[in-house]
Design a protein around this ligand. Structure first.
Ligand code: GLY
Ligand code: MN
Ligand code: MN
Length: 470
């Protein structure tokens, strides 16, 4: 009798049970699968990557399940570079671009195949299909991804034994594959930079996915507002759960931990504990985004008066942030320096803070010295896509020091945050935090605000809340 696991309620597996489990299963191989919609786009992305690294072997793993404790794991999410280059979201996969003599590459994909029925593992293993759900067979993956697929269980040995070629791998994703190849950290960083560069301009398939992410997010915000006037929406956790339900219903999940920050929590940039009350008279800063099934995320913020109307002081702060956002968005167009939108927003915030007497002027000097950052610490936005802070590894000259081009998608999200213990502002200002964040697509002649479905100005927000409170 094979031994059972420690503290398992079954002491073991009898030979008869083992034999019984291995027989009597139907062939469920699927022959109806077709090439995924994303496959031709992923092929073009691979061609662009291939052109950058002639003669070199490139390994881009998807990653493995991460243990939470014992045999419990965190929800799996593949590495974004793998998703971008394959359109796949399976765990334990790896894309390999194998160099050819003509300078191009042959692409193939390692995948974890279906469980065989020839060992007990298929019904006893905590990460097996019977416990976690069906996977695709290698043949099925080939149909869907349009790539030759191989069994990942031999990947480390294959790579270790492969013919010598300069190799690069995306580090920090799959320790076993990383140990199987000999690479250089600096050169691996260049691969990651190139993968970041290639995600700066979204193709039409990605833009359609980002539209879906934003549209679902608009519905999630609408759900929250519909609840604000009810007796149950008195805690940040309720707000978080309300948005999360929409994210799980229409997408994969949220694209990052939702920030549901009421009252003075709104002054905390990345408040995700969400364990505070939501009180009438407070502002609620909701920063949340739905991630699609294909793993593209929105990133939207609205700051809402819980009672439906802003107090005069809340409106003063809100309108200043709104004007800063307007100034920033006006600078989003092809050919503009990426930094322009940030600088326009920050100049505006610096001028208002000087006007209010919170920082020393003149405004341009305050801006040059960055004094406004006491009340607005972060940059005014970032690229958006598979990651909320997308393309983080792209080269500076292509990203922050680069130029906007059609197909880029970025957030514009100025904010003002008066900390509750800030003695440099009058008491009534302390604890007020406002951010307004939208997702902009750079077009041929300017930009499109993908999140325009959510009202933005203070008057429009109030009117919208009144309508939804019905
Ligand atoms: N939600 C994080 C950010 O706005 O960048
Ligand atoms: Mn953002
Ligand atoms: Mn955000």
């Amino acid at each position: 009798m094979a031994k059972g696991r420690k503290n398992g309620l079954y002491s073991g597996i009898s030979e008869e049970l083992s034999a019984l489990m291995r027989t009597g299963w139907a062939d469920t191989e699927r022959h109806d699968l077709r090439l995924g919609d994303q496959a031709p786009y992923a092929a073009r992305r691979r061609a662009a990557l291939s052109a950058r690294f002639p003669g070199e072997r490139l390994v881009i793993p998807s990653g493995n399940l991460k243990t939470r404790s014992n045999d419990d794991t965190y929800p799996f999410r593949p590495h974004s570079a793998y998703v971008h280059m394959t359109g796949d979201r399976a765990r334990d996969g790896a894309l390999v671009l194998e160099p050819r003599a003509d300078g191009g590459h042959d692409a193939y994909c390692y995948q974890l195949p279906r469980d065989g029925r020839d060992t007990d593992e298929f019904w006893t293993g905590a990460t097996s299909e019977l416990w976690m759900g069906r996977r695709r067979s290698l043949a099925e993956s080939e149909l869907v991804l349009g790539l030759p697929c191989r069994d990942v269980r031999t990947a480390a040995a294959d790579l270790a034994a492969a013919s010598p070629a300069p190799t690069r791998i995306v580090r920090g994703v799959d320790p076993a594959l990383e140990a199987a190849v000999t690479t250089d950290e600096e050169r691996d960083d260049e691969l990651e930079e190139a993968l970041g560069d290639l995600r700066l301009v979204k193709d039409e398939w990605e833009i359609a996915e980002l539209r879906k992410a934003v549209d679902s997010t608009v519905r999630g915000f609408t759900d929250v507002i519909g609840e604000l006037s009810t007796a149950v929406a008195t805690s940040e956790r309720w707000i978080e759960g309300t948005f999360f339900r929409r994210a799980r219903l229409e997408g994969n999940s949220v694209g990052y931990g939702s920030i549901c920050a009421a009252g003075e929590h709104a002054t905390i940039m990345h408040w995700t504990d969400n364990d505070g009350p939501v009180r009438p008279g407070d502002l609620l800063l909701l920063d949340a985004g739905v991630e699609t099934h294909t793993l593209y995320t929105a990133d939207v913020t609205r700051t809402l008066p819980v009672s439906g109307t802003f107090t005069p002081l809340q409106r003063t702060v809100y309108d200043a942030v709104y004007d800063a956002q307007e100034a920033g968005m006006a600078a989003v167009k092809p050919g503009a320096a990426y930094r322009d939108f940030h600088e326009a927003s920050q100049r505006h915030l610096a001028a208002r803070l000087v006007e209010w007497g919170f920082i020393a002027g003149p405004a341009e000097r305050a801006y040059e010295l960055g004094l406004q950052r006491r009340f607005t610490m972060a940059g005014t936005g970032h690229m958006l896509g598979l990651d909320v802070h997308d393309c983080a590894h792209a080269r500076n000259e292509e990203y922050v020091d680069g130029v906007l081009a059609p197909g880029m998608v970025l957030t514009v999200e100025p904010g003002l945050y008066f900390q509750p213990d800030d003695l440099t502002v009058p008491e009534e200002w302390r604890g007020i935090g406002v951010r307004i964040e939208d997702d902009l697509l750079v077009t041929e002649d300017g930009h499109e605000n993908l999140s325009a479905g959510l009202p933005r100005s203070s008057g429009d927000v109030e009117e919208w809340m009144a309508r939804l409170a019905g």
